[in-house]
Write a protein that binds this ligand. Structure first.
Ligand code: 5GP
Length: 201
């Protein structure tokens, strides 16, 4: 990886350039996918990374759209060939960001977004300190509990585990450059867009 992809200062000015790679993270149940989908509608010129995952495809998900669904052997092969910008294991499955498409988008001058979990966000921070890390947070802890508990159809043990993970993820807020509160999807997406492009809409 060369610094030219990620130069933190405008050449010759010493002024910090707008970050072009943005990581959006946040606890399970906070509404990351919904906010990112809204952002996609608002600005199709942004590059949205499509992750590889070993988890099973859910009904309604499109292979190559939501994720590239792959088996563990293919995922491990990509790890061995160092083809991921970052990857992590989450809830028993592997998730990773293919590196080249992100670098190609940045080279082409497109802002790029990764919607990934906390361990991945930390790895991006280590590999690319100039990336912008944004955490999407719920308006209150009670809201998140409500969203994760859903209609009460989930196994209480599963809900307890998800809440424990969410609590840890929220504890990492201090590691992020900005927080966006998801009270309203459209408003959260607008705030995110402002952080990415540096312009108000
Ligand atoms: P889900 O299985 O619900 O789609 O995603 C589970 C978690 O994995 C979410 O927090 C999602 O943001 C995260 N995730 C999705 N793609 C990636 C990736 O490429 N890398 C990492 N580290 N996390 C990812």
């Amino acid at each position: 990886m060369t610094d030219s992809h990620l130069s933190a200062t405008e050449p010759g000015t010493g002024v910090r350039a707008r970050p072009r790679l943005t990581v959006v993270s946040g606890p399970s149940g906070v509404g990351k996918s919904t906010v990112v989908a809204e952002l996609r509608r608002m600005d199709p010129s942004i590059f949205f990374s499509v992750s590889m995952t070993t988890r099973r495809q859910r009904p309604g998900e499109v292979d190559g759209g939501h994720y590239h669904f792959v088996d563990r052997a293919r995922f491990d092969d990509m790890v061995d060939k160092d083809e991921f910008l970052e990857w992590a294991e989450y809830a028993g499955n592997c998730y990773g960001t293919p590196r080249q498409p992100v670098l190609d988008a940045l080279d082409a001058g497109r802002p790029a977004i990764l919607e990934i979990e906390l361990q991945g966000a930390r790895l991006v921070r280590a590999a690319m300190p100039e990336a912008q890390l944004v955490m999407l947070v719920p308006p209150s802890w009670e809201t998140l509990v409500g969203r994760l508990t859903g209609r009460g159809t989930e196994d209480p043990e599963v809900v307890r585990h998800r809440l424990a993970v969410a609590e840890k993820e929220l504890d990492a807020q201090g590691e992020f450059d900005a927080l966006v509160v998801n009270t309203d999807v459209k408003q959260a997406a607008t705030e995110l867009l402002t952080l990415i492009t540096g312009t108000a809409v």
